[in-house]
Ligand binder design. Structure first.
Ligand SMILES: Cc1ncc(COP(=O)(O)O)c(C=O)c1O
Length: 466
């Protein structure tokens, strides 16, 4: 990345500042000499960048008195897009649905607490204190406990051939924090972020809050349309493509191996970072999923996030972000501003479990339990004309309702009868996904799944026959 010519860097720097509106329309920008001095680059390089921007009608020259910002060169924001306004009015619709207490909980994409290793943690708490007597009297390092990073690096290297050293990892308080840290580093107001449609709704909220313009790529059971990905990277010059390519939330789809290598090549070609969010990789029902995109990356354009909330302990808030040293230094700075390090006790508890033989047995049992729950939900839905692709892993069914059934009506009626699910529109940055819903099979017990789906179908029939 550092091989990028100085001219290109100066040009992109100026282009971004103009887009962001750092200088107003018709405002004079700094002279070539002044900017050259400020940036520590040759005047001719700055001049070349100014001329390129002039050719692109982003700057104009007036009476030899300098360069001025062309009208229309900066992004214009509608009220809804304006991060300053939206920071007050933007609501997380998902957390609103989760706040409603219901008996049949199909909206949580979380694992039933009864399936998680609660006993292990309570039995071994004392041991963790014996091994680390000062665990609560010290801060963790900002990057995260060295033993934890070492253990995770070895695990990733062995399992996926990642070639990581412990210093290429940073422990975050959940993967949501990792997404937030990266968005603060990469995204300035007006920058473009590519996102799958549908996608993980909290990521939409994070990028919006940062002022990003979101462009969507549809995710299909076979992956993406790579021609479209390339065209979007070329035309919109996104900073980041946020993706969840393995047992994707909400669809359960997995991007196939052949596309993974090509995506990494495209990322390098168009200098667009791929943010690979991978919390469900271990939750497969049949075959192992393809290797993460990160294992194909040789140039540092893939940023890898793995959360352990889904199958170890959401309450520990442990996730890890893997990246190359040039990015890591910025990640450490932002993490230090955010919380100065993830609590050491949580990291040590995690490590104790992660290094134990119990982990493998637990995951194997968990996969079977989730597979059974998925099949029960599918069995109950089998009599309907609802459409879905049966997922090979993950926690959700992504379902298309028939035209005769209005999703908003079904949601309102279901909530009245203590049943919740996620409306597809929440997972769509464009809000166009109107007839889809996400039903999670991971949170409630088998019998409750049966009962809840049967009740949901009675309600849906009533709505259709009104
Ligand atoms: C795709 C995806 N990323 C990130 C998260 C958040 O994980 P964490 O609990 O580690 O913040 C979720 C949770 O549902 C998710 O589905």
């Amino acid at each position: 990345m550092d091989k990028e010519p100085v001219f290109q860097k100066v040009y992109e720097y100026l282009d971004n500042r103009i887009k962001r509106g750092d200088w107003k329309e018709h405002e004079k920008i700094p002279s070539v000499r002044k900017l050259g001095e400020e940036l520590g680059v040759h005047r001719l390089t700055v001049l070349k960048a100014y001329q390129r921007l002039k050719e692109q009608h982003k700057l104009y020259v007036k009476d030899k008195s300098g360069y001025f910002v062309h009208p229309g060169a900066s992004y214009s924001f509608s009220d809804m897009d304006d991060p300053i306004v939206t920071s007050f009015i933007y609501k997380s619709h998902l957390s609103e649905i989760h706040r409603i207490p219901v008996k049949y909980q199909f909206s949580y994409s979380l694992i039933d607490p009864n399936l998680l290793p609660n006993h292990y943690f309570s039995e071994h708490m004392k041991e963790v204190f014996d091994l680390n007597p000062k665990v609560l009297s010290t801060y963790s390092t900002i990057q995260g406990d060295n033993d934890v990073r070492e253990a995770l690096a070895q695990y990733f290297n062995k399992k996926y051939q990642f070639h990581l050293a412990a210093d290429d990892l940073l422990i975050t308080s959940g993967s949501q924090q990792a997404i937030d840290i990266l968005s603060r580093i990469f995204i300035q107001r007006g920058d473009v972020v590519l996102m799958e449609r549908p996608t993980y709704s909290a990521a939409i909220d994070i990028f919006r809050q940062q002022g990003a313009k979101i462009v969507t790529i549809d995710i299909h059971p076979y992956g993406y349309d790579l021609n479209q990905v390339e065209a979007f990277m070329k035309n919109y010059k996104p900073r980041i493509f946020y993706m969840n390519p393995t047992f994707h939330n909400p669809t359960g789809y997995t991007v196939p191996t052949n596309q993974r290598k090509e995506l990494v090549d495209l990322a390098e070609k168009y200098k667009c970072f791929l943010l690979e969010d991978d919390p469900f990789n271990d939750i497969y029902f049949h075959d192992l999923p393809p290797k993460p995109l990160f294992s194909y990356d040789t140039s540092g354009y893939v940023l890898y996030i793995r959360s352990f909330s889904k199958y170890i302990a959401p309450g520990l808030r442990i996730a890890v972000l893997c990246t190359r040293p040039s990015i890591m230094k910025h990640v450490i700075t932002v993490k230090s501003l955010t919380d100065n390090g993830t609590p050491l006790l949580n990291q040590k508890m995690f490590l104790h479990y992660f290094s134990s033989a119990r982990l493998q047995q637990h995951i194997e049992k968990l996969r079977i339990a989730l597979h059974i729950r998925k099949e029960i939900m599918e069995e109950e839905l089998a009599t309907t004309n609802w459409n879905w692709i049966s997922p090979n892993g993950g926690l959700n069914l992504w379902i298309q309702l028939p035209d005769t059934l209005e999703m908003e009506t079904l949601l309102a009626t279901s909530l009245d009868h203590s049943i919740s699910f996620v409306p597809g529109s929440i997972c769509d940055p464009t809000k166009d996904t109107k007839s889809w819903i996400r039903l999670s099979y991971s949170y409630i017990k088998e019998q409750m799944i049966r009962e809840g789906i049967q009740k949901l179908l009675v309600l849906s029939n009533q709505i259709e026959n009104r």
